[in-house]
Design a protein around this ligand. Structure first.
Ligand code: FES
Length: 646
């Protein structure tokens, strides 16, 4: 007691002071309860509601990255003190809504205890429509990981060669054996009767395992999207797919698009670590789920491949992507990275090899290269155009072994951002629109409509153009300007509001939000911007390649959005070149397929590197012709026009 007494007393004083400090902080913190879930968190005054919700595990929509300009993060303060900045702009809340307690969560700081209601439409829903199927490309099984079962002759008076020399004789003299394995080797060999299995990755031994474990070799291929991450577990011994899991990228709490996340890091460099951990956490959640469903142990996963856009790959690797946020949009790396899993914190064998795809330039990143690998883009005998419409739109033109790649800011409108009643492709989103005697709208999950997603935006505009209720400048015509042939029920949906006409898609009584859902005139303008950028970019790349749109033998549509689009509608609004419909092919989740191919074959990795080396990056922001082309592409093509300005 005399020895330990004073020491314990010191510890107790420290503990007391820690407790007091915690108590002090806790008394300063405000209790915030979120309804209808009842989740509660304690936050310091000044914390924005959107952050507090994130801490409670409630992810709100934030397509504008918390700039207060999209209006999608709306919540209702049921009780308590809040300080709100009131941003101006089209999505600012009107006085009536503000009087009822509605606030923008990204603009409202917590001042004291609060109870906040989260409307369903403000949630970033988890049941997003995700494409995990692929077109079925095949490759020879030739992974960088291989296993060698060995049985060594033990040392004797006549043979006193070192343990390492004996091992090298079995696994190959050129194999690099790192120090930690050399340290473990003597004990391993003597404990296991000089037998075991060596795991080799790209010429380096990464593990020694007792017994013959050669059939047990696994890898995970990731398509690391801005919104969704898809992981596929493979048996590398047999080349068989064991399972697929897809989840939201946890970075979504920091903004919906890459620009929001780049801005977060630029504003506060400490955010880089948070964003990296969010990405790693998502990959680990997928690995855990795949392991749970297959029984594959973590230390038998030896290889990981990752294909993502430039920002996602850089954030995953902990590289500051700030230079991507300003002209001339410079990437942190372009050659492929081969890393150790423990350097990233992945829950697989610590020495597992992580292959991160090469990048082409600017916003044309590893996912585009992976898509090119999957499509074997340089091996077509006709001119081919690859379009991947995700949050960004990437375009690659390939002809006679020459490839040109570019990216455009196409995605926000197609993902529902900047669309007044836009939403992602989740339950309740209108995803198809047809006009005949009246309007028919299909919703995802057959749920009552609560907004429209990108495919519906394209459909609605294309249909209005087709029936003559929208002109080529994108103006929705007033009822008395529309052609006489327009059915009465459709004409009645041309509703004047203010100085503009908007098109009623679903009346309030048939929606879950009890509001009319329109294609607003302003939405048509956003579509013109997005489709125009993609169309102008395509025209420029084709011209640089010495091609005209009608020369294209194939148009390959990649990505989840591309696979749900109606080809005829996309052509009508100028999003796709007017080639015969049979030449437009959906190639599935090409980035995911490319990641799998790189996992299964080192030849495919070399192919990825070769495609990257041979592809010229065209930065449209620096191209003097782009603005003129873009202005021309803002006008929708006429019904019979080839949709390129030249
Ligand atoms: S307005 Fe709050 S996230 Fe856009």
């Amino acid at each position: 007691v005399p020895v330990h007494g004073p020491r314990r007393a010191v510890l107790c004083r420290r503990q007391v002071s820690v407790l007091r400090e915690r108590q002090r902080v806790r008394t300063e913190e405000a209790k915030v309860t979120f309804e209808p879930t009842g989740r509660t968190v304690y936050v310091l005054p000044g914390t924005k509601i959107i952050e507090a919700a994130g801490r409670a595990g409630i992810i709100l929509q934030s397509p504008c990255g918390g700039q207060g300009t999209c209006g999608k993060c709306r919540v209702r303060v049921m009780s308590g003190a809040a300080h709100a900045d009131a941003p101006a702009g089209p999505h600012a809340l009107n006085d009536d809504l503000r009087a009822k307690g509605h606030r923008l969560a990204c603009q409202t700081a917590i001042n004291g205890p609060m109870v906040i209601e989260i409307p369903e439409e403000s949630l970033f829903e988890h049941r997003q429509q995700v494409l995990v199927s692929d077109s079925g490309a095949r490759t020879e099984l030739n992974p960088t990981v291989r296993k060698v079962h060995f049985s060594l002759v033990p040392p004797s008076h006549d043979d006193d060669r070192s343990d390492l020399t004996r091992l090298r004789e079995a696994i190959g003299p050129a194999i690099n054996v790192p120090l930690d394995l050399i340290q473990a080797l003597p004990g391993f060999l003597r404990r296991n009767d000089w037998k075991g299995t060596a795991v080799l990755a790209d010429g380096t031994a990464i593990a020694l395992e007792p017994g013959d474990t050669t059939p047990q070799a696994y890898g995970v291929a990731f398509d690391l999207g801005t919104t969704t991450v898809v992981g596929t577990l493979f048996d590398l011994h047999r080349g068989v797919e064991l399972g697929v899991d897809a989840r939201l990228n946890a970075q979504i709490a920091h903004g919906d698009d890459v620009i929001s996340r780049i801005l977060k890091v630029r504003e506060s460099p400490a955010k880089l670590l948070e964003l990296q951990q969010a990405a790693v956490g998502t990959l680990n959640a997928i690995v855990a789920s795949l392991r749970a469903s297959t029984g594959v142990p973590a230390d038998r996963i030896y290889a990981v491949s990752v294909a993502g856009n430039s920002t996602m790959q850089e954030l995953l690797c902990g590289c500051d992507p700030s230079a991507l946020g300003e002209i001339p949009f410079v990437q942190a790396f372009d050659d492929p990275l081969v890393l150790r899993a423990d350097a990233l914190g992945l829950d697989v064998l610590p020495d597992a090899e992580v292959f991160v795809f090469p990048q082409i330039g600017g916003f044309v990143g590893g996912d585009t290269v992976a898509g090119m690998v999957a499509a074997q883009l340089d091996r077509w005998d006709v001119p081919v155009l690859l379009i991947d419409i995700g949050t960004n739109g990437e375009i690659v033109v390939a002809h006679n072994g020459k490839m040109l790649a570019s990216s455009t800011a196409a995605g926000p409108a197609f993902e529902g951002a900047r669309i007044r009643q836009g939403m992602r492709a989740t339950a309740g989103a209108i995803d198809k629109v047809l006009i005949a005697e009246d309007v028919s709208c299909n919703t995802i999950g057959n749920r009552p409509a609560r907004g429209l997603c990108g495919t519906a935006l394209i459909d609605a505009a294309a249909e209005l153009l087709r029936v003559g209720a929208m002109d080529e400048t994108g103006r929705i015509l007033a009822a008395d300007e529309a052609p006489a042939s327009l059915p009465r029920a459709v004409r009645d949906r041309l509703v004047p509001i203010g100085h503009e006409t908007n098109f009623l898609l679903v009346p309030a009584a048939d929606t879950s939000i009890r509001e009319d859902i329109y294609l607003w005139q302003r939405d048509a303008r956003e579509l013109q911007l997005a489709a125009g950028a993609l169309r102008a970019g395509t025209c420029l790349l084709l011209r640089r390649a010495g091609l005209r749109p009608e020369d294209l033998g194939a148009v390959l549509l990649a990505g989840a959005f591309g696979n749900f689009i109606r080809r005829s509608s996309a052509q009508r609004v100028g999003l796709l070149p007017r080639v015969p419909c049979s030449s437009v092919r959906f190639i599935g989740n090409a980035a995911s397929m490319g990641a799998k191919l790189a996992m299964l074959s080192k030849d495919q990795r070399a192919y990825a590197m070769d495609l990257k080396r041979r592809t010229e990056h065209v930065d449209l922001s620096l191209d003097p012709e782009f603005q003129a082309e873009f202005a021309a592409a803002m006008v929708f093509p006429t019904a019979d026009e080839v949709p390129c300005a030249s």
